[in-house]
Design a protein around this ligand. Structure first.
Ligand code: 13P
Ligand code: SF4
Length: 307
């Protein structure tokens, strides 16, 4: 951390105490943001942490749907997202109205929504999932008729893994779509001893070339294994900071230098400080939407991780 970041970090930490706030950060956040967070994790762990915190304020260092999920789970708390422009393009690829229409065409279908979705879409869904528990969520369903939204690639991966047929909404993550099969092939040639670990938001062509497919925190745990010395990382670049910090001496090779989520990078130390000073911008989900979305999220939280 440089001197400017150190000064900002000190001011954030002292204001955080005064506000009785907790700082939650996703694994893709900037290194200096990860360093000042109380907890860094994947989407599932962040939801679990939000649900159990006794802080009055949650500063969410991630994207909009994550802050919404925290608000859904903690109606009495103030949830701050230090930059309101930090959205997730995939979550915007389906609206509640589109989902209602699709549901109308398949009235018997069980709707499973990836957590990367708006609160309005969650409210129209039966159960939610993250990349860490998607396989177990699908396996827990008795129904044969499943509609999965919005990530077609995660949906395709779980469908292959579980053998369950699913109708897929054609959404995708633009950041993971930048990782191409030739990137994996090239990296393998250069680092023949490395394990290739990719996120299930990657395209099927990339997933087919991987040794392991995991959520971001699944990757963090995998990297700690004694038998892992080199890893080709097929996900957003922010996670490489954490992997290197926790595993000095091991080598982590990004599958593609292009896999950067610009929305995740909108959260900076300056904006976190400003947000805690002004207690804005706040993300709030309320009323009937919150209750219906909460039912889908709660149902997910009862099911354990798959990775
Ligand atoms: P996880 O951290 O839950 O694996 O999700 C990755 C992601 O794309 C979050 O937007
Ligand atoms: Fe959305 Fe992809 Fe960015 Fe995650 S990495 S927030 S899925 S755009």
């Amino acid at each position: 951390m440089n001197d400017r970041d150190k000064e900002l970090a000190e001011r954030i930490l002292s204001l955080k105490e005064r506000r009785n706030a907790v700082i939650l950060a996703h694994n893709y956040q900037l290194g200096e943001v990860q360093d000042i967070a109380d907890f860094v994790g994947d989407s599932l762990e962040l939801s679990q942490n939000a649900a159990k915190t006794d802080a009055n304020v949650i500063v969410f260092c991630g994207v909009h749907f994550m802050a919404e999920t925290a608000s859904i789970l903690c109606p009495g708390k103030t949830v701050l997202l230090p930059d309101m422009n930090a959205g997730c393009p995939m979550a915007e690829m389906i609206t509640a109205e589109q989902l209602r229409r699709k549901r109308g065409e398949n009235p018997g279908a069980t709707v499973v929504c990836y957590i990367n979705s708006t609160a309005d879409v969650k409210a129209e869904s039966d159960v939610c999932c993250t990349s860490a528990n998607a396989v177990r969520v699908i396996e827990s369903l008795g129904a044969d008729d499943i509609l999965f939204v919005p990530d077609q690639y995660l949906g395709h991966y779980i469908s292959t893994k579980t053998g369950r047929k699913m109708a897929l909404w054609p959404g995708f993550c633009p950041t993971h779509a930048r990782i191409l099969p030739e990137h994996i092939t090239r990296a393998r040639e250069e680092y023949p001893g490395a394990k290739v670990v990719v996120h299930p938001e990657c395209t099927p062509g990339v997933i087919a070339l991987a040794d392991e497919v995991m959520s971001t925190s699944g990757m963090v745990r995998f990297a700690r294994r004694d038998d892992i010395a080199e890893m080709i990382v097929g996900t957003e670049l922010g996670i490489v900071y954490r992997l290197k910090k926790e595993n000095p001496g091991k080598r982590f090779i990004p599958a593609s230098e292009q896999a950067v989520c610009p929305n995740m990078k909108l959260i900076t130390l300056e904006k976190i400080l400003w947000s805690l000073e002004k207690m804005t911008p706040e993300v709030k989900v309320s009323g009937e939407i919150r209750l219906r979305a909460k039912a889908a999220v709660d149902r997910m939280l009862e099911i354990g991780r798959s990775d």
